[in-house]
Design a protein around this ligand. Structure first.
Ligand code: COA
Ligand code: MG
Length: 298
């Protein structure tokens, strides 16, 4: 498995229950960077088989011309092996698999083996990518181990609803942004240390209201690369929020140009607009340019 394959940008990841024909029909036109076909918590237990069955038609039939992820059920649940086996049999595999409730490297090893078998059977040469949802105390406590354990990993996603329940946090408390800071920092650090995208999980309302904007804005300020949406109305805000502004982009390009000039002319320290340019600013500027180009931001 190659580690040089790069993920696309994931400013907005729209979750679409695979059991809902109406939402499935609507989703491709919404403009999300990634559509996440959900087989897990957006699908009732009684509808799991039907939702899984819909995969074949969707993925085989060119359902979306953008990136498609499939959220399978959690390792150890009654459905995860069925979900992964169904994926394996598909003529067209999705770009990535989202594994929920990842609690250890063993969970990802289980998924990796099944996917390796799927790839061997399908003759697919481009390895399918994996995204891990961190949404339990166990997963959060082992996030460093998880982030480092698989060449397939593209991103970690922090999931608030399940994490709140796992930590013993009430729904009211969970709406308090400051209470998530430590968990967000822990996940973000594990991502950056391992070259992964850091994705903020869904806000639990469907509106684009002050609460949604505050939560998304906080994630962006912290350094996250994108966020999940559960409703089409949220997508546009996320795409714009997680894109650099024209001023940010212009400044980043100027920083890189000045650093390049300084390097070519072998001058030591250089300044731009009264600010000393150093390696930290180069890294930040490269990230801004990569984000603007929809390139991988890791
Ligand atoms: N993907 C695609 N289309 C969606 C959608 C989604 N996630 N959520 C809503 N829509 C569609 C609706 O079908 C509706 O389309 P229509 O006008 O053609 O009927 C339109 O967008 C407006 O929807 P609205 O009436 O405002 O919402 P709703 O009451 O139909 O649905 C939810 C509300 C929360 C049930 C729905 O947004 C949803 O299922 N979200 C995803 C939930 C999920 O994936 N959970 C697991 C991950 S956390
Ligand atoms: Mg969850």
């Amino acid at each position: 498995v190659s580690t040089t394959l790069t993920p696309r940008s994931r400013r907005s990841c729209l979750s679409v229950p695979a059991s809902s024909p109406r939402k499935l029909e609507k989703a491709p036109g919404v403009g999300a960077d990634e559509l996440v076909l959900d087989l897990e918590d957006g699908v009732a237990a009684a509808a799991k088989d039907e939702a899984r069955g819909a995969l074949t038609e969707l993925l085989g039939g060119g359902w979306s011309d953008g990136a498609v992820a499939v959220r399978v059920n959690a390792p150890g649940s009654p459905w995860s092996h069925l979900d992964l086996a169904a994926l394996a049999a598909l003529p067209a595999l999705p770009d990535s698999v989202v594994v929920p409730k990842v609690e250890s490297s063993a969970d990802l090893a289980f998924v990796d083996r099944l996917l390796a078998g799927a790839e061997a059977a399908s003759g697919r040469s481009r390895p399918i990518r994996v995204q891990a949802l961190i949404e339990t105390a166990a997963g959060l406590s082992r996030v460093g181990e998880i982030a480092a354990c698989s060449d397939r990993l593209d991103s970690l996603i922090i999931g608030y609803a399940d994490l709140a329940a796992s930590l013993g946090r009430s729904k009211t408390a969970a709406a308090e942004l400051d209470l998530w800071l430590a968990a967000q920092e822990t996940l973000l650090t594990a991502c950056r240390a391992n070259g992964l995208q850091a994705i903020d999980g869904p806000y639990l309302g469907i509106a684009v209201d002050a609460g949604f904007e505050a939560a998304a804005g906080r994630a962006r300020e912290l350094g996250f690369d994108g966020k999940w949406a559960i409703h089409p109305a949220q997508v546009e805000h996320l795409n714009s929020l997680f894109s650099p502004t024209p001023a940010e982009l212009e400044h980043a390009r100027a920083v890189l140009a000045e650093l390049e000039r300084a390097g070519a002319e072998d001058v030591g320290a250089v300044a731009l607009d009264g600010e000393m340019l150093d390696e930290a600013l180069r890294v930040a500027a490269e990230r801004v340019v990569a984000r603007a180009e929809g390139a991988p931001t890791r």
